[in-house]
Write a protein that binds this ligand. Structure first.
Ligand SMILES: *Cc1c(COP(=O)(O)O)cnc(C)c1O
Length: 439
């Protein structure tokens, strides 16, 4: 299959008749708890386009939630997967290991922040990797407590639901949740106006008073929050937390599941802050769309666990490992860090132009191909989730895949694949501008 034509093309209303029929089958067969953002079913994707079953070409500003950063069906990933899947599909690394797993670990050890001695363990999903980072931190420190932040998202398993802030839709009715998880206030410059040092002192005070450093195994934080609303903490916030963790024997865990692998214009968001996490959790963009996740970190922490204590049937599946090596090669060979920064420049310029004439756009923020627009009541700056929904719905009808996020549901988030062309990107931003005008 070659890459789909790089054009927005609407051959039917969204959804078309075939998608409508498939949605009926979905509703009869798939648990209703599994929702969909778009009402259309995909048959192909690549570059900056997703093609649906009715032949509509949609512009992709979602990347399947920040996963297909190197592009959908990226050529190197496709070739590597085809070769590996024909050789063998699974032996279980814990039974008969294979080189691909080791090679991914070596790449992650070399590429993640810091030049200390590192080790890596591979898993399947972001949530599974976050859980394992907590397990490792607990064994290493001999302590139980975990500190997380307001607006955090860490996944949907029992422990990661406890770590996630937002009730609907992630937690409602699904408790009781894992214990020993404590929440501290985040730095949220648009809403709290605090500088990084002050916001960090506020968070550290809550942790010291309500948990006690001597009980704390780890602090887990997204360097830029994803689902929580693409919240970038004020400069200095993250370094102050890292310093406090180090002074108190607390493991600092960066959840870079959404921000990793060139998404923010750096290989990892921690790079821009100049922080060196003790453990870094990665997933989403790691393998061009195949399910893979990792915990990478200081050898003395990663090696604290007894042999056999970490693993899982599928963790580090050979096909996913082949895809990861090809995705990393693509980032390097295609200059995708620079591409992410070009996308940032185009997107921020266009959105700030819009903001200048539309007071409902309270904030435009983000880095690389991870840009957000926070929509508010112009009078009160209160979140406006209804407007956000209306703008997204308009974009969807016009063939642009765009996602929303945020604790208050009032953030539009743009996560295009780095393989999108300038023309398509501009066209998608035109559609968004029109969506704001009509909403
Ligand atoms: C998506 C996400 C997760 C969970 O990853 P899954 O693969 O869906 O389990 C964890 N942390 C962050 C920051 C994420 O964006």
């Amino acid at each position: 299959m070659s890459e789909p034509v790089q054009q927005r093309l609407l051959t039917t209303p969204i959804p078309g008749p075939r998608s409508t029929a498939l949605m009926e089958r979905k509703n009869g067969a798939v648990a209703s708890g599994v929702g969909t953002t778009m009402p259309v079913f995909a048959v192909a994707a690549g570059g900056g386009v997703v093609v649906d079953v009715d032949g509509n070409h949609l512009i992709d500003l979602g990347s399947g939630i920040a996963v297909t950063t190197v592009g959908n069906a990226a050529p190197r990933v496709v070739a590597a997967v085809q070769e590996q899947v024909a050789a063998f599909t699974h032996t279980c690394f814990m039974i008969t290991p294979y080189e691909g797993y080791v090679a991914v670990a070596e790449r992650l050890n070399a590429l993640t922040p810091g030049d200390h001695d590192k080790r890596t363990a591979l898993f399947n999903s972001g949530a599974e990797a976050v859980e394992n980072a907590v397990k490792i931190a607990r064994v290493h420190t001999g302590r139980d407590a975990v500190a997380v932040f307001d607006h955090a998202y860490h996944g949907r398993t029992n422990l990661t639901m406890a770590m996630t802030a937002k009730n609907m839709p992630y937690k409602h009715g699904f408790g009781p949740f894992a214990g020993e998880v404590y929440r501290a206030p985040l730095s949220y410059p648009f809403r709290d106006g605090l500088d990084g040092a002050v916001a960090a002192a506020r968070a550290i005070d809550v942790i010291e008073k309500q948990v006690g450093a001597e009980n704390l195994a780890c602090v887990v934080i997204e360097p830029i929050q994803g689902e929580g609303g693409f919240i970038e903490p004020a400069p200095g916030f993250l370094p102050a937390l890292v310093d406090w963790c180090r002074a108190n024997g607390v493991v600092f865990v960066a959840d870079e599941v959404q921000t990793g692998f060139a998404r923010t214009g750096d290989l990892f968001a921690s790079d821009r802050e100049g922080i060196v996490p003790d453990l870094i959790v990665t997933a989403k963009g790691i393998a061009g769309g195949l399910p893979l996740s990792a915990v990478t970190g200081r050898a003395e922490i990663m090696d604290a666990t007894h042999t056999g204590g970490l693993g899982g049937t599928y963790g580090g599946n050979p096909v996913a490992c082949a895809a990861a090596l090809a995705a990393i090669e693509t980032i390097e060979a295609d200059g995708l860090l620079a591409r992410a920064r070009e996308i940032e420049a185009i997107t921020l310029t266009r959105l700030r132009d819009l903001q200048a004439s539309d007071p409902r756009i309270g904030d435009v923020r983000g880095r690389g191909a991870m840009i957000a627009v926070e929509l508010v009541d112009p009078e009160t700056a209160d979140p406006d989730p209804e407007l956000t929904k209306a703008v997204a719905a308009h974009a969807h009808r016009q063939g642009v895949i765009v996602l929303t996020c945020g604790t208050y549901g009032n953030v539009l988030r743009l996560l295009p694949p780095l393989s999108i062309g300038d023309e398509l990107l501009h066209e998608a931003l035109d559609v968004l501008a029109e969506a704001f005008r009509s909403a």
